[in-house]
Write a protein that binds this ligand. Structure first.
Ligand code: MBD
Ligand code: FE
Length: 268
């Protein structure tokens, strides 16, 4: 048996009490209880437990953990991170993609500094995103393993430039238990399009965040996960730096965007 855990023994009974109280409040029937029982069993069997948890609860604990902290805003990690993505070398970086990867080409430049604006070199950036069909490689869809996922480092000037494609808005699969529940709640299943990042560096607090694109209709309609913060919405423009584009193997029209990440010092 597991050892007594004071924190678990404090929080979990409170959550269970709240659930029991609401069962009483709504006079939930035995039939309804069975329906919920079947739904939860199906959730576990479908492999959607991580999705369900991140949709309904991750934004709450992320806010609690990062509210009021200096440095650029964090947000949820979500269920589609894959550790140990390929480590790229040599800027401009090119995210792993298929030769005919669908979607508008984009050059993204990140500038990473400390709280005083001093550039941070050698910061490890883990970046992942959905493709032009809104799916993440390794989960659903037909993209090869590792597609649109990579790790890379900032250069001496604290910047990194990466060639990718503009991701499409993400939609929770409506055939699964999570989508089914959202349907019964009368809620839509969309997230605005986004890039994901985890930045780590010696002596710095790690930053898990996402960037969204101004003009995305799902920024107005609401994010099913509730993870958007105003400061994480960036402008997308037409790329004009032909030289940088050419170095990244892009000779046609492309989009460009950038963002300044600031990392606060590690605690203690
Ligand atoms: C996602 O793509 C995502 O980023 C989160 C947080 C939840 C569900 C799907
Ligand atoms: Fe995502």
């Amino acid at each position: 048996m597991a050892a007594y855990d004071e924190r678990v023994a404090t929080v979990v009974p409170d959550i269970l009490d709240a659930v029991q109280e609401r069962l009483e409040k709504h006079k939930v029937t035995h039939e309804e209880y069975r329906a919920a029982w079947r739904w939860l069993t199906g959730l576990a069997a479908s492999g959607e437990v991580p999705l369900f948890l991140d949709v309904f609860f991750e934004a709450v604990v992320e806010r609690l953990g990062t509210e009021g902290r200096p440095g650029s805003a964090g947000t949820v990690q979500g269920p589609y991170h894959v550790p140990d993505a390929v480590l790229l070398t040599g800027q401009p970086y090119i995210l792993p993609m298929r030769e005919d990867e669908p979607g508008e080409p984009m050059l993204f430049t990140g500038r990473v500094t400390d709280l005083d604006g001093a550039p941070l070199a050698g910061v490890l950036v883990d970046m992942w995103q959905a493709g032009n069909d809104g799916t993440y490689s390794g989960f659903v869809g037909d993209a090869p393993e590792g597609n649109l996922r990579a790790r890379l480092h900032t250069g001496e000037d604290g910047t990194f430039t990466v060639r990718t494609i503009r991701p499409a808005p993400y939609r929770i699969p409506d055939s699964g238990p999570t989508g089914e529940l959202l349907g019964m709640l009368g809620r839509h299943t969309w997230r605005p399009a986004h890039f994901h990042f985890i930045l780590t560096a010696d002596g710095r607090e790690p930053l898990t965040t996402q960037l969204y694109f101004r003009g995305d209709p799902w920024l107005d309609e609401g994010d099913v996960v509730g993870a958007v913060k105003d400061s994480l919405v960036i402008d997308v423009r037409e790329g004009t730096d032909r030289e940088a584009a050419a170095r990244a193997g892009l000779d046609g029209p492309h989009l460009a965007a950038d963002y300044a990440f600031t990392l606060r010092p590690a605690e203690g």
